[in-house]
Design a protein around this ligand. Structure first.
Ligand code: GDP
Ligand code: MG
Length: 161
């Protein structure tokens, strides 16, 4: 039964992806959405917003003692961010591979950072780094009602179940 299999937890992992202000300014939103769509992941939430200091302080709480933290917060508040929630099998791990290394100069060609950015301080995209962190970040950036459960009609083509 298609409905039953696509609702199984292994296909319902979610991650937070955010196009950072430099990615929005550089008109890379469509390119980035296209990569996640073509891979087969399901878009369940999306919005453009000016991130508040509060949301950014929470989002980057673990980095607050780093020397680059003030510049990171200024960067992330410098313009709108496009926040998205993508769903699918192993989406947290797969999307980190699609995004590439934090330092854009080390990111491999074929990754978002490796194809479109040069420097660690302007690396155009965020992706959650674990399932637990993803759940926390999704709760920070989205209200529950902004996330849409929907059935993809190509589930069997993607997963063979
Ligand atoms: P990510 O998970 O790959 O985004 O990397 P981290 O969680 O380690 O860091 C969060 C963000 O902080 C990165 O994406 C960069 O925007 C920024 N950042 C991390 N390390 C550095 C650094 O050494 N210098 C600067 N300028 N920014 C950094
Ligand atoms: Mg991180």
């Amino acid at each position: 039964c298609l409905h039953y299999s696509s609702a199984a937890p292994e296909f319902r992992e979610r991650t937070l992806i955010a196009v950072k202000p430099d990615g929005v300014q550089r008109r890379l939103v469509g390119e980035i959405i296209g990569r996640f769509e073509r891979r087969g992941f399901k878009l369940v939430g999306i919005k453009i917003l000016q991130a508040s200091e509060g949301i950014l302080a929470n989002h980057y709480h673990d980095l607050q003692r780093k020397p680059f933290y003030p510049a990171l917060i200024r960067y992330m508040a410098s313009g709108p961010v496009v926040a998205m929630v993508w769903e699918g099998h192993n989406v947290v791990k797969s999307s980190r591979l699609m995004v590439g290394e934090t330092d854009s100069s080390q990111a491999k060609p074929g990754t978002v950072r490796g194809d479109f950015s040069i420097h660690i301080s302007r690396n155009i995209i965020h992706a959650s780094d674990s399932v637990e962190v993803a759940e926390k970040e999704i709760g920070l950036w989205f209200h529950g009602a902004e996330l849409i459960d929907w059935e993809t009609k190509d589930h069997t083509d993607l997963y063979n179940v």
